[in-house]
Design a protein around this ligand. Structure first.
Ligand SMILES: Cc1cc2nc3c(=O)[nH]c(=O)nc-3n(C[C@H](O)[C@H](O)[C@H](O)COP(=O)(O)OP(=O)(O)OC[C@H]3O[C@@H](n4cnc5c(N)ncnc54)[C@H](O)[C@@H]3O)c2cc1C
Length: 262
């Protein structure tokens, strides 16, 4: 069984600040992490590998050379192989172009059973890339996966919705997007870290290693453009209530009723 996990390196949003003038993220000096949902995807892939002798896990990421650090962490968690898609021509890709590049790389890897993505990246935040990869590859997709079982050539999943979950079954190959309820990602072991840095390689693929239409990638080939971004200004001052817990709750309820919030 071949599993491919698409993972993105993102700034740790707990540390990110917004430039008050430009309205853009201040990334300088901000530590990067594996996108949280992608960690759940990696964890699930590694658990499948541990339960089946024939399983092989490949992690792929499109990004600048420093995304290699995130791929090393995935190798340390137990992935077998890592591929970094890095090329100046990929820069500025929107979600459609990003998914086209990732789909081309997946086509080159070939012979896959499960493609895992995270549900959503905490920086771009669109939740579009996973479903778009499935569209490029003409694969069935199940998003918001919170439970996974594999039976012969089928997956049976729980797809979480607001007030419960659907049970959805699909033939493999299939694309799944993981949410945090799927599992608790492990910390890499010392042995895992040693192997990731000493025994495992990260392959670097450029545009010449995949078959992709140059017209459809990068800033030029992206059908969407960000016109502007801004931080909403704070219109009202907050009010601090004082008193005992009971008094504060009662006062809060009165105020919310006055404003017809409840
Ligand atoms: C309109 C628009 C314009 C943009 N313009 C630029 C730009 O000019 N320059 C720029 O650098 N960025 C740009 N971006 C951001 C960039 O396109 C996105 O970060 C990228 O396409 C992924 O989208 P996302 O972060 O919303 O991921 P989501 O769709 O939220 O991610 C879902 C999942 O897809 C997978 N995934 C997403 N991205 C990657 C990746 N790179 N490698 C591997 N797996 C991945 C992960 O599993 C992730 O959990 C733009 C985004 C938009 C919406």
């Amino acid at each position: 069984m071949k599993i491919i996990v698409c993972m993105k390196q993102v700034p740790d949003t707990n540390e990110v600040k917004i430039d008050p003038v430009k309205g853009t993220l201040i990334r300088d000096g901000v530590p990067s992490i594996i996108n949280p949902d992608d960690k759940n995807a990696i964890e699930e892939a590694v658990r499948i590998k541990e339960s089946r002798e024939d399983a092989h896990v490949t992690v792929i990421s499109m990004g600048p050379p420093q995304a290699g650090t995130a791929l090393r962490e995935a190798l340390a968690m137990g992935a077998d192989e890592a591929i970094l898609l890095s090329d100046r021509e990929f820069a500025g890709s929107d979600t459609w172009a990003t998914s086209a590049i990732l789909a081309s790389a997946i086509n080159r890897i070939g012979d896959y059973d499960i493609i895992f993505c995270g549900r959503q990246a905490i920086d771009g935040d669109t939740a579009q890339v996973g479903p778009e990869i499935a569209e490029h590859l003409k694969l069935p997709q199940i998003t918001y996966v919170s439970n996974l079982e594999i039976h012969e050539d089928e997956v049976i999943t729980h797809r979480t919705v607001e007030d419960g979950y659907y049970v959805i079954k699909s033939q493999m190959p299939v694309l799944l997007t993981a949410i945090k309820d799927l599992n608790t990602p492990r910390y890499p072991s010392i042995k895992g870290i040693y192997q990731a840095y000493r025994e495992k390689e990260i392959k670097i693929w450029s545009i010449n290693d995949i078959i992709v239409d140059r017209e459809n990638i990068g800033l030029k080939g992206s059908p969407t453009n960000v016109k502007s971004s801004f931080t909403p200004s704070v219109k009202f001052n907050g009010e601090i209530l004082s008193g005992t817990t009971k008094e504060v709750i009662n006062e809060l309820i009165v105020k919310l009723r006055e404003k017809q919030v409840i």
